[in-house]
Design a protein around this ligand. Structure first.
Ligand SMILES: NC(=O)c1ccc[n+]([C@@H]2O[C@H](COP(=O)([O-])OP(=O)(O)OC[C@H]3O[C@@H](n4cnc5c(N)ncnc54)[C@H](O)[C@@H]3O)[C@@H](O)[C@H]2O)c1
Length: 252
């Protein structure tokens, strides 16, 4: 894959930390020009600086995926700065509260759906036209194993991620013949700041690892590598796919 991404322009929502950050670093190390779009601007700046330290090129952009104008500006920044858009990894997301379905707070529900599902749609709404201009491009929407299986006490999260998979399949069918490949990635428990929050809240790491058939959490780098695979020519015949990278959770 070494020369695969040289000169490609990649936009990563949620690229400041965790899986998005690992994807940014891997893409930059392989010669891509990376736009890191995140609501956490300071962390996005740090990730961009780390990409540059590793010999790559990167641009941090403040972007809340709840705001259509900010998403439009992030895509425009990629095109204006680097000339085109070849790759988009839509990783921005939140976990939401751990509460059963009937007890879920409506405002919390709206926030999770708006960021995790509508945020992916808002992102594609602007990424797709940029890619159609050159009749090629790859989009990876970061869903979850909670987009394939139920996830007790996380109803909004599971609903949002199931939604991302349906949206991904639909967009893939709509734009496949126009040169776009759109797929979803379904990570299992991965040791990122999102999962670290669960551990900090008192969930023992061993309990989480015991829910993974491989017996351990994934790393952001392992998950990011699968996102890059979906964007590579090795995945040229894949569209509308939901790739589980989960240590075996959905096999069980
Ligand atoms: N870590 C896991 O175990 C796991 C498992 C399955 C799926 N995922 C998914 O992977 C993606 C990345 O999560 P992560 O684990 O790397 O967590 P993370 O918290 O490290 O990364 C999420 C990033 O999204 C950004 N973000 C949050 N809300 C945003 C908004 N409104 N606009 C723009 N950016 C926003 C955050 O600032 C952060 O940089 C998420 O979509 C998450 O649901 C994670």
């Amino acid at each position: 894959m070494a020369a695969e991404f040289a000169g490609k322009v990649a936009l990563i929502t949620g690229g400041a930390t965790g899986i998005g950050r690992a994807a940014a670093l891997q893409l930059a190390a392989q010669g891509a020009l990376v736009v890191i779009a995140d609501v956490a601007l300071e962390a996005a700046r740090q990730t961009a600086a780390d990409c540059v330290s590793a010999g790559g090129k990167a641009l941090p952009v403040a972007c809340n995926v709840r705001d259509d104008g900010q998403v439009a500006s992030a895509v425009a920044a990629a095109v204006d700065t680097y000339g085109q858009l070849d790759i988009a990894i839509n990783a921005a997301g939140i976990g939401g509260r751990e509460v059963r379905t009937a007890d879920y707070d409506p405002a919390d529900w709206d926030a999770v759906i708006d960021i995790n599902l509508t945020g992916v749609w808002r992102s594609m709404r602007h990424e797709i036209p940029a890619m159609l201009r050159k009749q090629s491009g790859c989009i990876v929407n970061v869903a979850s194993v909670a987009g394939l299986n139920g996830f007790p006490r996380h109803p909004a999260y599971a609903a949002s991620k199931h939604g991302v998979i349906g949206l991904t399949k639909t967009a893939a069918l709509e734009y496949g013949r126009k040169g776009l490949r759109i797929n979803a990635l379904c990570p299992g428990f991965t040791l990122t700041p999102m999962v670290q929050q669960m551990l900090d809240a008192g969930l023992p790491k061993d309990d989480l690892a015991a829910r993974v058939p491989l017996g351990r959490l994934g790393t952001p780098e392992e998950v990011a590598a699968s996102a890059l695979y979906l964007c590579s020519s090795a995945a040229a015949f894949m569209i509308g796919h939901s790739l589980a990278v989960d240590g075996g959770i959905v096999a069980g």
